[in-house]
Design a protein around this ligand. Sequence first.
Ligand SMILES: Cc1ncc(C[n+]2csc(CCOP(=O)(O)OP(=O)(O)O)c2C)c(N)n1
Length: 664
Amino acid sequence: MISREKHDRMANAIRFLSMDAVEKAKSGHPGLPMGAADIATVLFSRYLTFDPKKPNWPDRDRFVLSAGHGSMLLYSLLYLLGYDDISLEDIKNFRQLGSPTAGHPEYGHAAGIETTTGPLGQGLGNAVGMAIAERKLATEYGAEMVDHHTYVLAGDGCLMEGISQEAISLAGHLKLSKLIVFWDNNSISIDGPVSLTDSTDQLARFAASGWNTLDIDGHDPDAIAQAIEAAQASDKPTLIAAKTVIGFGAPNKAGTSGAHGSPLGDKEIAGARAALGWEEEPFVVPSDILDAWRLAGLRSVKDRKAWEARLAATENDIRMTFERRMSGDLPGGFEPAMTAYKQKLTEDLPKVATRKASEMALEIINGVIPETLGGSADLTGSNNTRTSQTKAITPDDFSGRYIHYGIREHGMAAMMNGIALHGGLIPYSGGFLIFSDYCRPSIRLAALMGIRVIHVLTHDSIGLGEDGPTHQPVEHMAALRAIPNLLMFRPADAVETAECWQIALEQQKRPSGIALTRQNLPTVRTDFTEENLSAYGAYDLVSAGDAEVTIFASGSEIEIALEAREMLEANGHTTRVVSVPCFELFEEQSREYKNAVIGDSKVKIAIEAGIRQGWDRFIGSDGLFIGMTGFGASGPYKELYEHFGITAKAAVTAVEARLHEDKA
Ligand SMILES: Cc1ncc(C[n+]2csc(CCOP(=O)(O)OP(=O)(O)O)c2C)c(N)n1
């Protein structure tokens, strides 16, 4: 048992490390760590199951600091508990370049940081994904192998963000009873009291979304402990509304937005020292308190060892699959299956939409990779993300491999990040490319974190037709290509679709998006190659030595490029066609390769049913571009291609006019 006096001093260690670090950095957020220190102390010293010496132990509890601006709370905890990755020196270097103690917690900077947080609400979405992953793996492997909780600390800001509703409504629906969210209910945000902008009854909102709700004093350790125990016993996810005082202990700034996001100042900190009875110098934790925290860090060693013994005693092939899945490696059967499938495609030469081609590829993939977890934001029949292997998960049965995310794109993308971060599963989703805008903050974070999530983005251009400009992506490929560390694919046929899927799955450290058509396309890769040509990012689909004209295109516009090539050749112009399924992979090729692909044709032209941005890389600023310059329109797709001039004839006319101009 931890006495009240000891609890208070353990919590104060968090408070002073946070105050001192923010003060030294001259920037940061002291208010949240000071206010939430009691919650964190009870949770980490008595309930959270984890082992600082084996921070990636798969069956550890997850803790997500959704209110990432309160990062000093997490860094203080990791240091106090004995995680090797965060030293006292790192705490003193809070917010400095190269330090793991970055402004907001960044996944990968230090063990114990389960996800990157900062954009409010994302962490809550991640945590729902983690809880989904836990339940899914527990169903597969049993409670001996997988049985842990996901805890979240969320602030008022997290709950105000719209993503919170998407996340909590699915969590409530799926009865994720091992998800426990603390709401740091301090009624303060940056502009002042939350009452300036919000009068939501949060408990009623969560209850209406299927949650168990508790309301406690967030500075009462007994109440916090009782709430955690009640939450653990619930058959629903639990919200613990913990009433706290932001900047607890600061004599003048506590309870005000002045404590939120700036250093308290020497005088205020001295006042807090006096008020809380803390006599230590800055960054000094009394040895009995550091010992108490380090002891708390050892609490779960026995559990971890028992788990390892159970794993060791597990049947060989089950254990090996579990370990392989947790490591992120794909099964050995994957590559040969994809090669055989590609060979079959070049025999069958299907004329299908690439969204259908993606479904066909997924049928193979899901047959050999048991850890894929599919889904769609209520567009299953349009995204073609469901295959024969993927029964839907339901609130009472998690044996399936498919999540109906509902119409919640943003939440879906954040949950997928959480699923990937949890490990053991590879989430892929379905949505319309146009609504990647709704997922973008989470896709960006997946790229920043370097995690494997795969977004199937169908209906990728005006080619979707009658739904019109609200649904027709124009700038989306360019916008997604602008995100660093995201692979954005736009395959041209069934073969490239299979290749892009293979590449996306093989990326352990980056997310992918695959843009796919609604309209049918012919197979253009008619010769079987074992080599994955899409992995070059851009490659000669039709070569021609000394080509007068080079046409670059992606996806559905490859068909148009090939038609234009025939017409140009018939008119005596040697023409090459370069397929460009992935800009980012092209940039990773050697200089020689890139120069060779770009070539030195007299006329370079690119065709993509989107905006020009990005294509100058291939065609130069002087090159010709056939695509979109504004929004689309509602109508049958063939008429739209004519209307917007994205045709072989238009390409040929433009090329010949340029050749004529150059001659003149
Ligand atoms: C999506 C997003 N919008 C805005 C911000 C900037 N921001 C950081 S903290 C904050 C206020 C959060 O208030 P609250 O959650 O109550 O935190 P507390 O004041 O209790 O620390 C805002 C607006 C952000 N980090 N993320």
